[in-house]
Design a protein. Sequence first.
Length: 324
Amino acid sequence: MNGVSRPDPRQAAQTAALSRAMAGAVDLSALKARSEAAARQQAAPPDGGTGGGGRFVVDVSEQSFQADVLERSLQVPVVVDLWAEWCGPCKQLSPVLERLAEAGNGAWILAKVDVDANPRIAQAFGVQSIPMVVAVAGGQPIDAFQGALPEPQVKQWIGALLDALRERMPAIAQAEAGATGAEPAEEPEDPRFTAAEDALERGDYAAAEAAYQQILAAEPANEQAAAALAQVRFLARTESADPSSVARADAAPDDVDAQLAAADAEVAGDRAEAAFDRLVKTVARTAGDERERVRQHLVGLFELFPADDARVTAARRALARALF
């Protein structure tokens, strides 16, 4: 299968390596054995999992891994969402996966794994950073991606997964046929979003940004376009990020450009709190146009995270104190 469409050129090589690693290189046998042993000690819940908030979403533990992931993957693909409570990007991605799983009506199952509570599962999949998403079919990992991809690209990845497996797994088509009576018909794709996503896949960030701006010009309240625009701008800035930018910024606290670049690098490295703190302090040190530029950059970074993210809430309070 083709794997994941490219939302971020810096992730492309890592994602491709993950997909290659899925081709039989991950050995889940030891985890399976532990799961079977645990199941003999304590019976799993009747539905095979603790339930992740929907019929086709399950919370998976080391004990229930055999039933919830390996056995279910013999009928339909199981998409394993490896996440943690402290992970901001995970909180962006998990709700997207849950919505798509429910819409899929059982054509695939979402298995949510808290890596802190289940370190052996994370070790079995070779997790180095989260969020990480792994597709399992026939008891074997077959594809994967890392990072909080935009919803259209997650949907495209899942569609490619189902297309590749539909002939070999009849239960996929059966679930899809059943969905027509149980769920509203899927709305046709918005060609404006399609054009923006095509530009993003080509790595043409300027065209993607222009397309999302055009949508917002016509529909200022379109949250999907606003979120996508913030992501595109961030990806464009970090495509050629310099790993030494943080050290340079630390050595030159009055260099505003260096502080902005360092904050982007810290967010890309899952160090959002450090990035927010850096820019709040920069706001406090600056005035006039420079202060406003830093403030706008910081607000743009806030938009990459859920509004109720605790780190964003704390940083907004700190920003208000710095400004007033």
